[in-house]
Design a protein around this ligand. Structure first.
Ligand code: NAD
Ligand code: WQD
Length: 339
């Protein structure tokens, strides 16, 4: 069985990708420093998979640790999720973000090269587009100046990867630009672990419905969209996880050094108010919300053109927004039962 290293594999997207990898016949190995996750994700994985995955607790910036992990395992590929991702915090502590997100990638690339591991899938983000001039946004659409240090780390990491491949190194790399990941494993055993007050829409909705938050504030209803609220492309985390498997399988088929980028979204935009209405429908309960002012720095509307990933990787989103919100709600309810 091909062993795949997943950095940040105890996190939200990494844990779902671990499941997708096992289903596809791979053997994932996790390294995570648990800075934004905890061991409950590993327990959830064990319940879903019926077996324990090998997990190293430690930091991807720790070169000796990475060398030991690569020595102890013969990897066929790596998926690099490990990064800090809180946009607001990154404006307060930019060096923390640049240090973790850039160095972990560099140390990882150097270790992969030293051990002759060629294939890497990197977690990038639609944040690199800012507010695009054309919608739906294509991979060829020029990137905008980053809105935050976090967003800038993703741009710089993409540039590092492009330059690294250009240098003629023996490697094959794909960056996946995720749109807005939502949902959870349908079992409710793993999902997005909310630490503190959520910044993202869907965890805020489910926590409000669960009575943890009093009410949701919709950040603005005076945008140039169908109902005035912002538009995003919400992608189920199970679909996103599957895109990583497809990306790896594609990399394995490449004979030459290779770098490419793919959007991962549904290709469909939904407004904040549509998300609320859909949540009310699938949960069967009204949501307490109010309209508030715009959030500074928010993008008005963005959704993906997915032609490239559909045709080149043969990947298509299978889950609907209803599925996503049902699974997020199921996960929230199970979290409540555990407390
Ligand atoms: P997450 O925080 O749930 O998972 C990241 C994991 O990496 C966490 O378990 C954390 O403990 C770990 N980690 C962080 N730094 C580490 C380090 N130096 N060494 C070892 N482990 C480390 O986040 P996620 O939502 O699963 O995101 C995964 C990746 O996808 C990140 O790179 C993120 O920037 C990117 N991304 C996320 C979103 C999103 O909205 N969730 C959107 C676009 C891109
Ligand atoms: C979605 C919509 C808000 C909360 C973030 C990161 C980005 C990327 C994806 C990693 C927006 C509205 C939200 C609330 C609201 N992550 N909203 N009330 O802004 O698309 O992007 O996640 O790479 O870098 O910035 O996601 O979930 O914060 O917001 O009305 O309490 O929900 O205005 O329109 P966003 P989000």
């Amino acid at each position: 069985m091909k062993k795949i290293l997943i950095t940040g594999g105890a996190g939200y997207i990494g844990s779902h990708t671990a499941v997708a990898l096992v289903v596809a016949g791979f053997e994932p190995v996790i390294v995570d420093n648990f800075s934004n996750s905890d061991h409950s994700a590993l327990n959830g994985l064990k319940r879903i998979l019926g077996k324990e995955l090998l997990c190293y607790e430690g930091d991807c910036n720790d070169r000796e640790l990475l060398q030991r992990i690569f020595k102890e395992n013969q990897f066929e590929g790596v998926i690099h999720f490990a990064a800090y991702k809180a946009v607001g915090e990154s404006t307060q502590f930019p060096l923390k973000y640049y240090s973790n997100n850039l160095f972990s990638l560099i140390v990882l690339l150097e270790t992969m090269a030293a051990f002759g591991v060629r294939d890497l899938v990197f977690s990038s983000s639609c944040t690199v587009y800012g507010q695009p001039d054309e919608l739906p946004v294509k991979e060829s659409t020029p990137r905008k100046e980053a809105e935050s240090p976090y967003g800038n780390t993703k741009k710089i990491c993409e540039d590092i990867l492009r330059d690294y491949i250009k240098s003629g190194v023996n490697s094959r790399i794909i960056s996946l630009r995720y749109f807005n990941p939502v949902g959870a494993h349908p079992s409710g055993e793993i999902g997005e672990l909310p630490l503190g007050v959520p910044n993202n829409l869907v965890p805020f909705i489910t926590q409000t419905a669960a009575g943890i938050r009093e009410k949701l504030t919709v950040f603005g209803n005076d945008y140039a969209t169908s109902d005035g609220s912002c538009v995003r492309d919400y992608i189920h985390v199970m679909d996103l996880a599957d895109a990583h498997v497809k990306a790896l399988e594609y990399l394995f088929k490449q004979k030459e050094n290779f770098y490419d980028l793919f959007n991962v979204g549904t290709g469909k935009g939904n407004t904040v108010l549509e998300v609320i209405q859909t949540f009310e429908k699938v949960s069967g309960r009204p949501l307490n919300y109010q309209i508030g002012p715009r959030r500074p720095g928010d993008i008005e509307k963005v959704w993906a053109n997915t032609d490239k990933i559909n045709t080149v990787l043969g990947w298509h989103a299978k889950y609907s927004l209803e599925d996503s919100l049902r699974d997020s709600w199921n996960w929230q309810q199970k979290l409540g039962e555990k407390e």
